[in-house]
Design a protein around this ligand. Structure first.
Ligand SMILES: N[C@@H](CCC(=O)N[C@@H](CS)C(=O)NCC(=O)O)C(=O)O
Length: 218
């Protein structure tokens, strides 16, 4: 049995979309548990037993917890290769993981510096500076994704929905929270709007109770 612990709108959306795609293609059911990050539910002893870092996502597979998005998604793809969430060809697969790893280990932590700047500096001035500089770096990454979206056919990695698409959607939602107007990235915005109508993506968004309307002008 598969059970995903997720935070609504958080990076756990990436394996969530994968699980919905697997369910649609194979009929494999999964359970979900929402974790209220703003209430600190990721810090309870029960949750820390699943992930000692106190982070979502966790995928519990037959009672065994698995942490880290890249590992979770690699596991899902290897267990259900027929769904095609990552390419089968070794070179194409490596290229897909290269993009996916960049999203997870570079773009994602850049947003964390904006969203949780208190974790990175003590003074208000230093936090504001981290936020400001990270916002510029984050935007640069989004522009690179926009370049990829220009060539989407119709998905980032070709003709199949992949984890990279789900991450791209998460980042554009986060851009809104970081006071970056998604309309200033029109090709990216149009690609994400299309993505949101793809059934596994729409199903994960509905369960998480999220939409694309996150822009907070500052
Ligand atoms: N490298 C981790 C990143 C996970 C992560 O940063 N999760 C965030 C949500 S997007 C979280 O749980 N934050 C809660 C907190 O910081 O307390 C992974 O790939 O799973």
């Amino acid at each position: 049995m598969l059970k995903l612990y997720y935070g609504p709108g958080a990076c756990s959306f990436v394996p969530h979309v994968g699980l919905e795609a697997i369910k649609a293609a194979t009929g494999e059911e999964f359970e979900t548990q929402a974790v209220k990050l703003h209430k600190g539910e990721q810090q309870t002893p029960e949750y820390l037993a699943l992930n000692p870092l106190g982070l979502v996502p966790v995928l519990v597979v037959d009672g065994r917890p698995l942490n880290q998005i890249v590992a979770i998604c690699d596991f899902l793809d290897r267990r259900y290769p027929q769904v095609g969430l990552l390419p089968a060809d070794p070179w194409q697969r490596a290229q897909a993981i290269s993009t996916f790893a960049w999203m997870n280990n570079t773009i994602h932590p850049t947003f964390t510096r904006i969203f949780r700047s208190k974790n990175f500096a003590e003074s208000d001035a230093a936090q504001a500076e981290i936020k400001r500089t990270s916002q510029g770096v984050f935007r640069g990454h989004l522009e690179r994704i926009q370049g990829m979206a220009e060539k989407a056919a119709p998905f980032l990695l070709g003709d199949k929905l992949s984890f990279a698409d789900a991450y791209a959607l998460v980042f554009l939602r986060w851009a809104g929270l970081a006071a970056i107007d998604p309309a200033s990235l029109p090709v990216y915005q149009a690609y994400v709007a299309r993505l949101a109508t793809v059934p596994p993506v729409a199903a994960a968004m509905a369960r998480e109770g999220i939409n694309l309307d996150t822009y907070q002008k500052k």
